[in-house]
Design a protein around this ligand. Sequence first.
Ligand code: SAM
Ligand code: DTB
Ligand code: SF4
Length: 332
Amino acid sequence: MNIQAQSVIEQNPNELIDLNILDKINILYDKPLLELVFEAQTIHRQFHDSSKIQFCTLSSIKTGACPENCHYCPQSAHYKTAVEAHALLDINEVLEQAKEAKNNGSTRFCMGASWRDLPEGKDFERIVELIKSVKILNLEVCCTLGMITETQAYKLAEAGLHTYNHNIDNSPEFYQEIISTRSFEDRIQTLKNIQLAGIKVCSGGILGMGETSTDRKRFLAVLASLKPHYPDSVPINALVPIEGTPLQDRPLLDPFDLVRMVAIARIIMPKAMVRLSAGRRSLNDEAQALCFLAGANSIHTGEKLLTTPNAGLNHDYELISKLGLKPLEASL
Ligand code: SAM
Ligand code: DTB
Ligand code: SF4
């Protein structure tokens, strides 16, 4: 983005928001919850097989010591948390994890790294090798490695990367209260680079960080207004408050607020996979079922998310079979 375009967005975040979409979200947000869930499920059935849930497994291939100061994150070097840092993992170790994920029913394997931006050189070459090797296993390969340039995006696409995850996290206005080491525009620029290279975009955010309902509406409005089209996948995370981070004392998100946001995301981005991401461990089965009814059709499975404990595979199998749902087969 040139400097002129960047300053237009800084002065006027509405540049990122289609006001017709925001109007629609405002109306949806005020609907009675069950009416909203019904509308979301009706749309869900037009675009997706409502009996299927995609399993997606995360791997933290490079952990901790991150220079960014994201107030929610256990991996930031700015805070003292229980996370044990490690450098980029060896290819064989990651491949073992990917094989296990596949055996456990995952169709997508997402590799996450605690980088501000993707480095050049040896680490970049290893990422390219990792993408190629995981792809051979017939898994959808996803990465979340921080900011990437257009040239890097093309190289990752060439290696066979299916999806890149890069969250906008919240509204443009609230974002600045949560992270100061990079700007909202930086995030948008990386999303553009990903799209230009023909990689599918996965972008969502975190709820329960102290944002207002206006922030929540504007967060969804930015996602749904992304050009040339909204993200292929939208992770909705509930904050996992981490000891040592500035958000450690935030109260847990009200599950009904999560259901409302999932339902609106489903209605305004009907084709997207809506992923019930972090925070599922503190939801009971009934709240998760409501999220599925509201149109969530993907979860992270496995014992861990990136660094924090996850719901657990046995429990997930039990839950989806109780609900009469099935894991989505690979679409490759
Ligand atoms: N460093 C890369 C980046 O920030 O894009 C990739 C890894 S980062 C950990 C991936 C995402 O995890 C963040 O964008 C954030 O949405 C989510 N996340 C991190 N800590 C979280 C927490 N405590 N609760 C919920 N979501 C969290
Ligand atoms: C996303 O939006 N949520 C996932 C995935 N994308 C990479 C990560 C959640 C991380 C939660 C905190 C942790 O386990 O470190
Ligand atoms: Fe670093 Fe990503 Fe954590 Fe921010 S969210 S501190 S960029 S690992």
